[in-house]
Design a protein around this ligand. Structure first.
Ligand code: PLP
Length: 413
């Protein structure tokens, strides 16, 4: 009998037997309120009936039709329907399986389209664990340790993380853009930079909403220097932040390449990059993709997911319930010195734990996380120092369920 690899270290002792909406039921029949949504994946809730039906129907019709050999209806239809939610001008899509693969596809496309080698990512960013994506990732030391050499041609610039530096958002943006300009002018010849890659909310790095002025500054510099702006919307897309795409919080900003995964197919492995046709056609067939990309069942699930997200008004629900959740978490934090900051955008809510000196306190975050799990509330931690507890409920969460989560959170605190 083979044993599970020690690589599979779980954060809670829960063994899930089934899921329904915002709840998971374990093998002992105990109910858990799932404010992790499979790390931001099951936005339509566990086993939404429309998604289940679409997947079941597709399994009985065609499971796999590899896109270098044959096209199939779910993929063609999904490409067409994504046009309803993508920004104007972003009219070409390409599918793969995971967020990391799509991130790599976006970098590959940026290099193919510009003929330039360098990619500029931001401190604390998370873009995945495959070798190329890990090269762009600095949200946690253990991701890159011991696996080098990583993909070359990557440089990093500061992210405007106002709270950690004790700055206002304006000060943080000014610092980050000034530093970026300095870097563009010196260490990296601008004509060698293919792309900036940025998360509209710094995700694994601590749930820090990217200030609108920073994204606007990136867009302006990208235009000025012929650099492509890649928005890594793996976690922030599909309504998670209270707008369909996270970058839409920055008025006037349209990325050149959007990377999406997680909420796209309610738990089926599917990811995509989207870009204007003029950029996408600079890549050539055979240079991107893999055997399972754009799987028929995953695409059918994504079509149903899109229907649910739009039909059940989940983007607006994310905004409304996100505000309720943040307000409740702020109330619960009153008088608790260990909570340094509470922040959120839509249903991405982060609670930053600090010690008496205001330094990151990962141990306390871990303790509260474990206490919440004991009370039946599943949460995650994140942050460069592991000191942020995050809440990512499914977008179908109701006001009553938000309040249920807040009551459990208060007990755990
Ligand atoms: N990019 C972002 C912003 C993410 O949050 C993640 C996963 O958490 C990834 C990329 C990698 O996605 P995956 O784990 O599906 O490879």
């Amino acid at each position: 009998m083979a044993q599970l690899s020690p690589l599979l270290k779980q954060a809670t002792p829960v063994q899930a037997a089934r899921g329904e909406g915002v709840y998971l039921f374990d093998t002992d029949g105990r109910r858990h309120l799932d404010f992790t949504a499979g790390i931001g994946v099951t936005s339509t809730g566990h086993c939404h009936p429309a998604v289940v039906k679409a997947a079941q129907d597709q399994v009985a019709t065609l499971i796999h039709g590899q896109y270098t050999t044959v096209m199939h209806q779910p993929l063609l239809k999904l490409a067409e329907r994504l046009g309803e939610v993508l920004p104007e001008g972003i009219d070409s899509v390409f599918f793969s399986n995971s967020g990391s693969e799509a991130v790599e596809a976006s970098v590959r496309l940026a290099r193919q389209a510009t003929g330039r080698p360098l990619v500029l990512a931001f401190d604390g960013g998370f873009h995945g664990r495959t070798m190329g994506a890990a090269a762009l990732t600095t949200s946690g030391a253990k991701i890159r340790a011991g696996i080098g050499p990583l993909m070359g041609g990557v440089a990093f610039a500061p992210f405007p993380y106002a709270y950690r530096h004790g700055w206002t958002e304006e000060q943080a943006v000014e610092f980050a853009l000034t530093e970026l300009d300095r870097q563009l002018a010196s260490t990296a010849p601008v004509s060698d930079v293919a792309a900036f890659i940025v998360e509209p909310v710094l995700g694994e790095g601590g749930y820090v909403p990217t200030p609108a002025a920073f994204l606007q500054g990136l867009r302006e510099r990208a235009d000025r220097h012929g650099i492509l702006l890649i928005a890594d919307e793996v976690q922030t897309g599909f309504g998670r932040t209270g707008k369909f795409w996270g970058h839409q919080h920055a008025e006037g900003v349209v990325p050149d390449i959007i990377v999406t995964a997680k909420g796209l197919a309610s738990g089926f492995p599917l990811s995509a990059i989207a870009a204007p046709k003029a950029i996408m056609e600079k890549a050539w067939p055979g240079s991107q993709g893999g055997t399972y990309g754009g799987n028929a069942v995953a695409c059918a699930a994504a079509l149903a997911t899109l229907d649910v997200v739009l039909g059940e008004n989940l983007v607006e629900n994310s905004r409304v319930q996100g505000e309720r959740l943040v307000a409740g978490v702020r109330d619960a934090a009153q008088g608790i010195a260990a909570i340094g900051d509470v922040r959120g955008r839509g249903l991405m809510v982060g609670i930053e734990f600090v010690d008496a000196q205001g330094k990151p306190d990962g141990a306390t975050a871990a303790k509260v996380h474990a206490a919440a799990a004991e009370h039946g509330l599943l949460l995650l931690t994140c942050g460069v120092y592991g000191n942020v507890v995050r809440m990512i409920p499914p977008l179908v969460v109701t006001a009553e369920q938000v309040d249920e989560g807040l009551a459990l959170w208060t007990k755990a605190l």
